[in-house]
Write a protein that binds this ligand. Sequence first.
Ligand code: ASP
Length: 584
Amino acid sequence: MYRSYTCGELRTDHIQEEVTLSGWVQKVRDKGFVVWIDLRDRYGITQLIFDEERTSKALLEQARAVGREFVIQAKGTVIERASKNPNIPTGAIEILVSEFTVLNEALVPPFTIEDETDGGEDIRMKYRYLDIRRNPVKDNLIFRHKVAMEVRKYLSNEHFIEIETPYLIKSTPEGARDFVVPSRMNEGQFYALPQSPQTFKQLLMVGGMDKYFQIVKCFRDEDLRADRQPEFTQIDCEMAFVEQEDILQIFEGLTQHLLKEIHGVAPEKFPRITYDEAMQRFGNDKPDIRFGMEFGELNEVAQHKEFNVFNSAELVVGIAIPGAASYTRKEIDALVDWVRRPQVGAKGMVYVKCNEDGSFKSSVDKFYDQNDLAKWADVTGAKAGDLICVLSGDSNATRAQLSALRMEMAERLGLRKATEFAPLWVIDFPLLELDEETGNYHAMHHPFTSPKPGQMELLDTNPGAVKANAYDLVLNGNEIGGGSIRIHDKDTQAIMFKHLGFTPEEAKAQFGFLMDAFQYGAPPHGGIAFGLDRLVAILGGQETIRDFIAFPKNNSGRDVMIDAPASVDEDQLKELHLKLDIPS
Ligand code: ASP
């Protein structure tokens, strides 16, 4: 038996007990007449003691010879420590060692295995298995397990069945590129890895499995943005015989269950706002509502004066930044520079200081008097001491820019508190989105999403105005889940494909299996998928999903530990009937 206890278990109750522990050497302290070894495993650290009085010389020498991260087994007696360490649960005891085995030696690790390590991100990724020994990473993985268990518990109680769907499939359109896998046995043909199990879960509904879920890997070959992973995990769910209301209730329940089990908080009924309202009030379809700074549209009160920048703008919109009227000229200039960075893209920014004495001082005093500015303060909800920041231009772009400023200021002012949770539903998304470059419409959610009742007719006349039966669950400024009520009849699905630019032949070739299935008694159905990685990170009070994935890829989509992706040899290519054509 390698161990009778873990390194996190022993207390004063165990004094005098003979025990066996196994683990890694965290630290060796050699005082000459006494040697201590901190022995570590997943559960904690226990101190081993060897001394000249009670330990044989040979054993003492053996203890001195071990290095950091050696794997050892120690047998001995639990004794009370002379000087106790109140900072660790095992701090009142130590093990007087009588037998000691080195199970495996270790090279000196390339970084220290401590909570605050000296290793940078790259080296820690290369030796991720060592990084996982550190508490912050280990604790995150354990936390992820806990969240996944609670998800399974809640959904099982609600009679959902976890069903696996295949990874080697045909393209599922979720808006990204597919990763493809060549088929050796079918020359010139390829599988695609699922961007999500979307079509399969719908087929499960046709199959009568009316409540399905799966914690499942999805694969999307996207240009990597910061903190995106090419493979990520969804809590994927689908239900039959449901309307939007049923789905919102069940999954609001899931989110409440998680918040309660994990943080002991139970937010009341989640607010629901429409997509249009979210864009208008926050400039964003995943608003962070832990703080105010809501948008105030100023067209009416700021246009038709002499200020042409505003007069020619489609939208003039501002926010009131609490307490920022005291900013110096230099600080305000820095803000203007910030909104003009290419990542944000504003051309400039107008500001109004709302002075404590009730007067206003603005960057456009030439064009607006105190009465005008008082109206701006009214519209943006600014109070004495606040700074109103105003952007103008094309509606969509301006909203996005002001939203970026709103989030940045909230961050700077410490308003995005990791321990505060503000969930909400965003509903009534547009069905279609215009691709500015090609001039074509594509599905905002995916092609299987149904329009709101009575909106089909609008598809021909004003496709951009059609609202979808689609919803997102937003938590603290992050979309943590999204889904829709699906189309479940062949004809509607065919009309949808037509509007998305598929010929009937293309639709049949790609999705014939689904349209066929719809002819054999498809029940009304809908669902949702949560991004597990992000959900876990947010519940863990952090934003980086990489920290909650055991073996993540870096920002270039590489696994630097195993060095993937990598080339394959000629024979393998031949077998797969592939020929590379890469300009050298
Ligand atoms: N398949 C969708 C997605 O991955 C989720 C859903 O519609 O249920 O976003």
